[in-house]
Design a binder for this molecule. Structure first.
Ligand SMILES: [Zn+2]
Length: 234
């Protein structure tokens, strides 16, 4: 096999190695990734906290209403106790009752608003808890598939790496230096096959003189446009 064909073969295996490695990385990342579940749990915690906060607020207001009602009831008892002697005293108590009643009304309006919020956050909490469950179940189903894919990819990677090393051992060290350098600087493609009279990578037509040289099959010929190693495919 000519040196350029060996390098083309090597490039085939090296490309495979790169592709498998990136697939492996992706699968491993997916397996270990907990971003989605953390996000869902964080949201769930926030909703829970807010709901607790609202419930505490409601409890406090209900307590306040209760004590205001007790106050009203004791004033009421006082009014009908027959102990009130003056009109002025009675008027003051009635005014206090009125003010207490007003406060109770304000508090009760607040409770109504809180109840709406409580319903809203309770629904939100159900939804966010359910979302956690869905994510966990999806992940659980995904894990065996991902583990299987990782195991298969690892086997494929071993084969491709061995093949790459095997072809590499058959190549000249000087051509390997050129190949490695070109692969690094030319987006992973160091060897380009000739398609009719075009460079298969940059698609620029290769001069006849170069093609003739290439057909001699004895030396490295570079594409005059992209500077990749040219190779005639079988
Ligand atoms: Zn080219």
């Amino acid at each position: 096999m000519s040196e350029s064909k060996l390098l083309l073969d090597l490039q085939g295996w090296d490309t495979k190695v790169t592709t498998i490695k990136s697939k492996l990385e992706e699968a491993q990342f997916k397996l270990n990734d907990s971003t989605e579940i953390s996000k869902a749990k964080k949201l769930n915690d926030l909703v829970k906290e807010k709901l607790q906060e609202i419930t505490l607020k409601r409890n406090k207001i209900e307590k306040d209403i209760h004590s205001l009602k007790e106050k009203m009831s004791s004033i009421n008892t006082k009014i009908y106790s027959g102990l009130i002697k003056t009109e002025k005293e009675l008027k003051a108590l009635e005014e206090e009752m009125e003010s207490l009643d007003k406060n109770i009304n304000t508090y009760e309006d607040q409770i109504l608003t809180i109840m709406i919020d409580q319903d809203r956050y309770s629904d939100g909490l159900k939804k966010s808890s359910n979302q956690i469950l869905i994510i966990e179940q999806t992940k659980e189903k995904e894990i065996p598939n991902l583990e299987k894919a990782i195991s298969e990819l690892t086997t494929e990677l071993n084969i491709a790496s061995k093949q790459s090393a095997n072809v590499r051992s058959q190549c000249d060290s000087s051509s390997l230096i050129q190949y490695d350098r070109l692969r690094k600087s030319h987006k992973g493609i160091a060897v380009s096959t000739l398609t009719s009279n075009l460079c298969g990578t940059c698609m620029v037509s290769v001069p006849t003189k170069i093609i003739q040289e290439l057909k001699k099959d004895n030396s490295f010929v570079l594409c005059n446009s992209c500077q990749r190693i040219l190779c005639i495919s079988d």
